[in-house]
Design a binder for this molecule. Structure first.
Ligand code: PLP
Length: 416
């Protein structure tokens, strides 16, 4: 067995890549007049919208806040439902609950964790049988891959539902549009909104941060209003003229109105400066992740059926956020916990993305009888290996070597 090399740094499953330009960008803000929402937020939003091909990008304090705002902007609420795949981070489903709506969990492809059109159709049927009115569908681009977005969007349209992409894993990915063309995730070609996260483990880091992109001016205006207390400062939107305007008919300089209740979900200029600096290197990040993933693919190929990369979706050109593999732990005769613990002892961090959300105690209480075999099948076998900019091909070889020693097929082990 390959022993831990003390000269080797610990390899987490993901981490940020900060350079001197990033540090300079943040320090510049600290020396400026604005710490919270100021010129850097506006610059970042413009750059993000331009990069992804969306008309509007509304930045937020986190991806979770962005998901919550997307639900609020749709007016989703009690007595209504939204469909969320069970293999995702908690926040996707939780956002639906934050506005008091019901979560209908969809099953996923057991080979890559993505909600397919047939999974969505089954979830619509289950919702209908329960008498639920579904208003929104949340495709999740797990690990940076997209399922058949055209198929999902067509089904959502048939049911008169909005589509909100959880694109937290997928900045830099391009998805198929169903007409032979490809479009950047976040450009909302086939959706109403897309949600991004700039948590440090994601491809672009802000520290904490998120965004919603959309092409719909009404949604954009609502998202902007709700992220800042529900306040409006544009005189054209004022309702109470006798308070808003002076004798000459000019808006009073201190005046603002709150037509509906909102939150403080703003991004700060400190965070936006980091995110903007990182966004400038997105092409480099995507290329580096692709090279590492290709190396993994090559080195895993001979390891036998017991370890293989998740199935690649033919509906996208992914910018992988995670390098997840499927391992037949039963067939290999080793428990996942043992594999993770031994790898950790060898300086290799791994993670499981994700525990099916419908199995969380909170959601189980809401829908105790739900069985989703695809999600369970994916969960049973998945393991995410280190993938981050700054890793080397030698790191990949080291990881695959250690993993192969633990769970490679008997044939492979006999040969080595
Ligand atoms: C990270 C993540 C979120 C939440 O983003 P935060 O910025 O951490 O709040 C939501 N959904 C998915 C799929 C994520 O990976």
């Amino acid at each position: 067995m390959t022993e831990a090399d003390p000269r080797r740094h610990f390899l987490p499953y993901g981490r940020q890549a900060i350079d001197e330009a990033d540090i300079r960008a943040v320090v510049e803000v600290l020396k400026s007049d604005y710490l919270t929402t100021g010129p850097k937020v506006a610059q970042f939003e413009a750059a993000l919208a331009a990069r992804l091909g969306a008309r509007f990008a509304i930045s937020n304090s986190s991806g979770t806040a962005a998901l919550h705002l997307a639900c609020l902007a749709l007016g989703l609420g009690p007595g209504e439902a939204a469909i969320v795949p069970s293999i995702t981070f908690l926040a996707t489903a939780n956002a639906v609950r934050m506005v008091g709506a019901t979560v209908v969990f969809a099953d996923v492809d057991p080979e890559n964790g993505l909600m397919r059109p047939e999974d969505l159709a089954a979830a619509f049927a289950r919702a209908a049988a329960a008498g639920l009115k579904v208003r929104a569908v949340f495709p999740v681009h797990l690990a940076g891959q997209c399922a058949d977005m055209a198929g999902l969007a067509a089904l959502a349209k048939q049911h008169d539902c909005a589509v909100v992409e959880d694109a937290c894993h997928a900045i830099g990915t391009r998805h198929a549009c169903g007409d032979g063309s490809m479009a950047a995730v976040g450009g909302c070609r086939l959706s109403d909104m897309a949600v991004l996260s700039f948590h440090p483990v994601k491809t672009v880091a802000a520290g904490e941060g998120g965004a919603v992109t959309t092409n719909d001016p009404a949604l954009a205006q609502r998202l902007e209003r709700l992220r800042s207390h529900g306040m409006v400062r544009d005189a054209r939107d004022f309702e109470i003229a006798e308070m808003a305007f002076d004798q000459a008919g000019d808006a009073n300089p201190w005046y603002y109105e709150m037509p509906e209740i909102g939150w403080n979900y703003r991004l700060s200029d400190i965070h936006a400066a980091l995110a903007l600096s990182q966004l400038n290197r997105l092409d480099h990040f995507v290329a580096a992740r692709r090279d590492l993933a290709r190396r993994y693919d090559e080195l895993l190929a001979p390891l036998g059926d017991e370890i293989r990369p998740i199935r690649r979706s033919r509906f996208c050109e992914p910018a992988l956020h995670l390098y997840s593999v499927l391992i037949d732990f039963d067939g290999a005769g080793i428990e996942r916990a043992q594999v993770m613990n031994r790898l950790r002892a060898q300086g290799i961090g791994t993670q499981v993305h994700y525990i099916p959300v419908h199995r969380q105690p909170y959601y189980r209480r809401l829908d105790p009888g739900l069985v989703l075999p695809g999600a369970d099948g994916y969960y049973r076998r998945t393991l995410s290996l280190p993938l981050f900019v700054g890793m080397t091909p030698a790191d990949v070889a080291h990881i695959v070597g250690c993993l192969g020693d633990l769970v490679g097929s008997r044939r492979t082990r006999a040969a080595s």
